[in-house]
Design a protein around this ligand. Sequence first.
Ligand SMILES: [Zn+2]
Length: 164
Amino acid sequence: MGLDIKKYPNSILRKKCQEVKEIAPDIKQLINNMIETMEENKGVGLAAPQVGVLKRIIVAQTDYGPKAFIDPEIIKKTKEKEIMEEGCLSFPDLWLKIERAKGVEITALDGNGNKIKAVGFLARILQHEIDHLDGILFIDRISFRQRLKIRKKLKEIEEKYGSR
Ligand SMILES: [Zn+2]
């Protein structure tokens, strides 16, 4: 079932999410719905608060297809950074160049305690989506100068979705 995506400036996007800790059947259902929603909207990543659920769950497109990460945590970041253009399903038609670590190592609740190493595009998605779990949005990661440049576009989004 495709879910409704919460758009900026919905206040739920600013809340901190709770740990899941245990993968109950309703969590599995939520993950399936999130993957469907991501794919329907041609996204490469989606975090639970974007569908109105304050739980630490993200889904992302990987080389092996869509994958869910429950209670993901970044435990290592490369010092090396890179700038890439990002979009966000909660900000229709807004593209921003964001500087982030080039590679990350994360842990997540997957039942076997494996650490996941990611570089390039997946590292980028994971950092963006994990930010969502702490109420951090990609517009928080741009410079003041960049913020001035997108002021008008951001206002348009606020006006379009603000009343919802
Ligand atoms: Zn996003």
